[in-house]
Design a binder for this molecule. Sequence first.
Ligand code: COA
Length: 258
Amino acid sequence: MYQTLETSLTNSILTITINRPDKLNALNKQVFKDLNTVLDEIEKNSGIRSAIVTGAGTKAFVAGADISEFAGLTREDAVALAKRGQETFFRIENSTKPIVAAVNGFALGGGCELAMSCHFRVASENAKFGQPEVNLGLMPGYGGSQRLTQLIGKGRAIELMITAKMIDAATALQYGLVNEVVAQNELLNKTIALLELINTKAPLAVGGCIRAANAVFDETTDGYALEVEDFGNCFVSEDAKEGATAFLEKRKANFTGK
Ligand code: COA
């Protein structure tokens, strides 16, 4: 089904592995095509509650956009390339099903941008993050200048972008770029455990939390108004009735997403 991704669905969690290890999982045209197809699948398949994005092999999450596809591009081509990257990563960011990056090695350039478009990030101890585009005479184009600044603050973001320095997992944790650092052999299991916990919660409420947090960074949306509306929608959902009933009956809630 996919040329550049491996997917597996277990306990309603879709694990998406970018599978070009010989090219450190660099994002070429086909990866973007496959990512968009898998995002369609996440949207429409009610058997998928959440997803993990990771990279094949032990060395890299994703080492960036595929530099071998840059030769001969015109300005218009470059603008289209950046737009395609941004649009794909907006789809990840705006998914109301949680999508978490399990960063298992280099997350550079487009790889760091992909990880930052996910709802949060768990990293292995060998993970390395950076936006090294200035080394190529370029700058981030897939939303990195915006999301890095949102996540770690302007001073640190500008320093990272204009020095092209990489930071290790411990520094990424200190900066708030990742939520947790774990041993490499535990990365997927720990990320799965987090999503299993999230999958016990009411999907409409989980989606509302994501939408409301995203609204903080969207000038066209009043996040407080959105919160009020989504709170109302959650309140009249079957899951909210189930949540309150289960609490009073001292049992675990069984949420259905309705
Ligand atoms: N695009 C295309 N190919 C890439 C790539 C990228 N972003 N990153 C790595 N590769 C390829 C290499 O060309 C090499 O392919 P080859 O074996 O056919 O020559 C293979 O992946 C392994 O990479 P290599 O550079 O040999 O590994 P390394 O361990 O010496 O270095 C990195 C690892 C991540 C430091 C180095 O690959 C690198 O700097 N990559 C580019 C990072 C970057 O600038 N990203 C932003 C792009 S806009």
